[in-house]
Design a protein around this ligand. Structure first.
Ligand code: GYE
Length: 308
């Protein structure tokens, strides 16, 4: 008789959605988890994924996007390395009639109709959470308190907004001062190198707090702090963002005091958005994943649950 298997081979070929994705790089554990999430979610959803790694270059992102246009993909997703400069290329995509999803980091464009939706965290809120933790931690400790900040990639939304969110909270205490602030590009090795440099000041000018815009930089900094003969987490309060397994391990060891969660597992949301767009449904302009803050005290219990 005729089996369903035979029907499948003689029926019309199923039309698979083709999604072109411009990933910005491979700088951090967050990024690797984000890439893996998008790859596995595409496979699970039966969506054909064309992914290009831009290695931190906006120019390379433009090239990838143009190649997606030439290949006539159904949808283009972009994780933008920086937030400015997107208007012209997004106009090109619009001309080609291809819908765009912005994922992870934001774009700063006047015309929001240039993309369908932005799937990503509220980075300002993450900075606020980091600042609130610090205020609470120091509530019985008089200043002056010197804070060092390791910024992420210059011009990227998470770095800009985390810095602003943090400042908006700590300004409540004028005796807390950010005395040093330098970009370290969200990488562990830059976190190490920049922290080492920041510690090369006279003892009385050394910071007693480090706010790192991501875990990888905090982990690099921990190494530099230890090499300087200081005890991270004790001699220096360390707060970072992301919530990677490695950062949780260091929290359990008492080297990092608090971590604000930023969720990289955006693959399923992206694939769902792709399907809805292709089905002609309208999506909310903004989709924000649920996120938390974890302290040293909670780290042990949470560690087993960390997925990245
Ligand atoms: O926090 C950092 C990564 O854009 C939210 O980029 C992302 C950030 C993340 O390199 O680890």
């Amino acid at each position: 008789g005729i089996t369903s298997e035979m029907y499948r081979t003689i029926g019309p070929p199923p039309t698979r959605i083709v999604l072109g994705f411009s990933q910005l790089g491979t700088e951090s554990s967050w990024r690797m988890a984000n890439t893996a999430s998008i790859q596995s979610a595409a496979e699970e959803a039966g969506i054909t994924l064309l992914m290009e790694n831009a290695e931190q270059s906006q120019e390379k992102q433009f090239e990838a996007i143009r190649s997606f246009i030439r290949q006539k993909v159904d949808i283009i997703a972009i994780a933008p390395v920086v937030q400015s400069g997107w208007e012209p290329i997004l106009q090109e995509v619009k001309q080609a009639g291809i819908p765009v999803v912005i994922i992870d980091r934001a774009v700063d464009v006047k015309d929001n109709a240039l993309y369908v939706t932005f799937i990503g965290s509220d980075f300002f809120e993450e900075g606020v959470k980091a600042g609130k933790y610090l205020l609470d931690k120091l509530r019985n400790q008089p200043g002056p308190v010197r804070i060092a900040e390791l910024q992420g990639t210059k011009g990227s939304t998470p770095s800009i907004d985390r810095g602003e969110g943090f400042r908006s909270v700590i300004k409540e205490r004028p005796d807390l001062k950010i005395t040093q602030s330098d970009p370290a590009d969200f990488t562990e090795h830059q976190g190490y190198a920049v922290m080492k440099k920041l510690l090369e000041v006279p003892k009385q000018e050394q910071p007693s707090v480090l706010f790192a815009h991501n875990d990888d930089m905090a982990i690099g900094a921990v190494r530099a702090i230890e090499e300087a003969g200081l005890q991270p987490g004790e001699d220096m309060i360390i707060i970072s963002i992301d919530g990677t397994r490695k950062a949780f391990e260091q929290m359990v060891e008492g080297k990092i005091n608090a971590v604000v969660e930023c969720n990289p597992l955006l693959g399923p949301l992206l694939m769902q958005a792709a399907k809805e767009i292709m089905a002609g449904r309208t999506l909310p302009k903004r989709m924000v994943p649920q996120e938390d803050i974890f302290t040293k005290e909670m780290a042990g219990d949470e560690l087993a649950r960390r997925k990245f």
